[in-house]
Design a protein around this ligand. Structure first.
Ligand SMILES: [Fe+2]
Length: 274
């Protein structure tokens, strides 16, 4: 028993600024859901989480708002991806059900993790077409924002995009680049992922649109980044050398001139990364 617990990282620890820090019931819930994820064995069945009525309610409220925001702010490939995958906007979907759809569309699958994992572990799994996903939902007091990735971010931001060949291919090539990357250059790869597939912007018909999962899953940041962030021209060398702070709105974002230049530029950069 003691040995078994040693195999797992410690259960969820919330920062004192976290919206759920003083909520004992929420902390217990997070621990329970983390334990379910730690029960997952590579190649085994994806464990389900029995969500509560309040959790489904939170999912539904946030999803309806996000889906409205996408009409104005999301790039065309994301809108296309939304029509490829069926996300129930009333109930939080189970990862194993999402995987049935994703595997048919692009070969990707979501695998559960109990909380934050190392960026190396995250990126290396992409080369196996596995996307590490949390299963808990944000604290009820903070529907606009979550300091860490929750199931809304994972499914709306990432599972939708992984249904589309444009995004799934780029994720896969980030994984291949991670396999080749020298330890001293790994941080550049992490930063490139952050400023593209997490927080990337692209110009479409003269309008700036979001393609990054972090923006596309944020009710607060998606409609406000144009006023709050400095918008910079797409430059992979520069963005891969730009540090980021994950727990706040982004002060700088990079805008690709077109989806084609983004795809070609990023693919070439990833294929030559070492
Ligand atoms: Fe993410």
């Amino acid at each position: 028993m003691y040995q078994k617990e040693q195999d797992h990282p410690p259960l969820v620890e919330l920062d004192k600024d976290h919206p759920g820090f003083r909520d004992k019931a929420y902390r217990q819930r997070r621990n329970l859901i983390a334990k379910i994820a730690y029960g997952y064995k590579k190649g085994g069945e994806i464990p389900s989480v029995e969500y509560t009525r309040d959790e489904h309610e939170m999912w539904s409220q946030v999803l309806i708002l996000l889906f409205q925001l996408h009409n104005e702010h999301a790039c065309q490939y994301f809108l296309d991806a939304k029509s490829l995958i069926n996300l129930n906007d009333q109930k939080i979907p189970q990862l194993f059900k999402i995987n049935v759809q994703l595997k048919q569309l692009t070969g990707f699958s979501m695998i559960p993790v109990g909380g934050l994992i190392s960026p190396e572990h995250f990126l290396l799994n992409l080369a196996d077409r596995k996307f590490c996903s949390t299963q808990y939902i944000r604290h009820y007091s903070s529907p606009l924002y979550t300091p860490e990735p929750d199931i809304i971010h994972e499914l709306v931001g990432h599972a939708i995009t992984l249904a589309h060949p444009f995004f799934s291919n780029l994720n896969y090539h980030f994984g291949l680049a991670a396999r080749r990357a020298k330890p001293e250059s790994f941080q550049r790869l992490i930063q490139a992922y952050w400023y593209t597939l997490e927080f990337g912007l692209v110009s479409e018909n003269g309008n700036i649109k979001a393609y990054g999962a972090g923006l596309l899953s944020s009710i607060g940041e998606m409609p406000s980044y144009k006023n709050k962030a400095e918008l910079l021209p797409f430059d992979l060398d520069k963005l891969s050398r730009t540090p980021f702070e994950p727990t706040d709105y982004q002060p700088s974002l990079f805008v690709a001139p077109s989806i084609y230049e983004l795809e070609n530029g990023l693919m070439e950069w990833l294929e030559n990364f070492e």
